[in-house]
Design a protein around this ligand. Structure first.
Ligand code: GLU
Length: 311
């Protein structure tokens, strides 16, 4: 065997044993390179991340067959929620929701470079699915009966809970019950479940609604509101990027199971997505998705919740 590029005569001052040691090292490197170049398909050679299926086939007429054939997918997500869906200055979207979208797309044989992420604020999710603007939505999207009348959900893939975020120095807001006594102005987002729930604790005149949560964070920073309410993990991302200016109360008072929104009644697609989630949870991709995103701040890696029936 000849090791290319490193002829022994280039190193005339080396002893024989040194040369032999170098040869063994080079040969080993070659073996390692071969292993990583993906003997048996996939791997680095093609630039295909682990888990992307190689031309999977699906029953004709299914959403899976259509998307796999197209070789691309459009996904609705958030663009201003650190840890779950955040569009960076480089134009790339990152977060746990984005990783879940990649896992689903991988099952369709679609690489992440063929995913188009579309910003889908809370109040626009059902419409985007119904109008076919997106193939599915992964956007901190709570599964509930009201939404189930308009769309179907795969999952849940995570369970959050509504919480409250205030300025670091605030000591008067200690939970939802304290909001009325503190005469607090509370910010949330239109079309979200927390915006509905908070009505039980705050007079309508003290609720401020925006279209996205980053605007609530701005309003808290400038003192236009006293608190922001939504899911704990959404608040965690905002608090983490506030440079210590905000804190969470840390007492979740609802249960928010996150689903993947799809066209109503697309049971085969729902079952397919659930299979991808189960596979990713078994082979470690689910945990890895968490650890590389939200897990950097929320240290406990969740396990995949029990999946719901597709309807
Ligand atoms: N999970 C809640 C919802 O789906 C709040 C987070 C959000 O607005 O995306 O409404």
């Amino acid at each position: 065997m000849q090791v290319q590029g490193f002829p022994a005569q280039r190193y005339p001052l080396q002893s024989n044993s040194l040369r032999r040691r170098w040869f063994v090292t080079a040969a080993l490197a070659g073996v390692i390179a071969l292993v990583f170049s993906g003997c048996g398909g996939g791997g680095k050679a093609t630039g295909t991340p682990v888990g992307v299926q190689n031309k999977p086939t699906f029953a004709a007429g299914t959403t899976m067959a259509r998307l796999a054939e197209a070789g691309k997918v459009t996904v609705g997500t958030k663009f201003d929620q650190p840890l779950f869906g955040l569009k960076g200055l480089d134009g790339k979207v990152t977060g746990f929701d984005v990783e879940i979208a990649k896992i689903i797309s991988a099952g369709l044989g679609i690489n992440e470079s063929a995913i188009t992420f579309v910003e889908t604020p809370s109040s626009q999710r059902e419409g985007a699915i119904q109008q076919g603007k997106v193939d599915f939505v992964v956007a901190t999207y709570t599964i509930n009966d009201k939404r189930r009348q308009l769309v179907s959900f795969a999952g849940p893939y995570y369970q959050a809970g509504q919480d409250i975020m205030v300025k670091k120095e605030n000591t008067t807001i200690t939970g939802p019950e304290s909001l009325r006594t503190a005469k607090a102005k509370v910010c949330s987002v239109s079309g979200s479940t927390p915006a509905e729930k908070i009505k039980e604790y705050v007079d309508a005149s003290n609720i401020v609604l925006f279209d996205v949560y980053s605007k609530c964070a701005d309003a808290l920073r400038t003192g236009q509101v006293d608190a922001v309410t939504t899911d704990n993990v959404v608040l965690l991302g905002l608090a983490d990027s506030s440079g210590g200016a905000f804190k969470l109360i840390g007492k979740p008072f609802t249960v928010e199971p996150y689903g993947i929104g799809i066209k109503k009644g697309d049971i085969a697609f729902c079952q397919f997505i659930n299979e991808q989630l189960t596979a990713a949870s078994t082979d470690g991709r689910y945990a890895k998705a968490w650890e590389s995103t939200a897990g950097k701040v929320a240290r406990t890696t969740p396990t995949l919740p029990t999946l719901g029936a597709c309807s």
